[in-house]
Design a binder for this molecule. Sequence first.
Ligand SMILES: [Zn+2]
Length: 135
Amino acid sequence: MSKLIPIPDELSQPFWDAINERRLIVQQCADCPTLQYPPRPTCQDCGSGTLGWKEVEGKGHILSFFVVYDGRYQVRIPDQPYNVAIVTLDEEPLINFYANLPGTPVKEVPIGAPVELIFEEVAPGQLIHDWKLVE
Ligand SMILES: [Zn+2]
């Protein structure tokens, strides 16, 4: 499946650097217990601008999913239809990631099933994250 190549900006650069080291990090507020993803300039709960990063375990569960039949990303049109699952992170269930679940047949996504983080090289030296069902 063709994947989009990430274009990091100042805010997301640490996240993508960690992905390239096969680590998953999320933003951690210095002033309250909030963890958040995707990266934002301020804490979504208390508004603090003092945010660090915390490494989390790449474990989650499938919250829901949809199937893309007619998406807008040109590079992915040959792959249609494909799954897009919403994964909740076990360490912070308020954090969601999108997943394509490689190896899972289209429309056959088991809601509630455990998933684990995987990595895929989409360009030389550039990894991206995805999730797959735990076997
Ligand atoms: Zn906060």
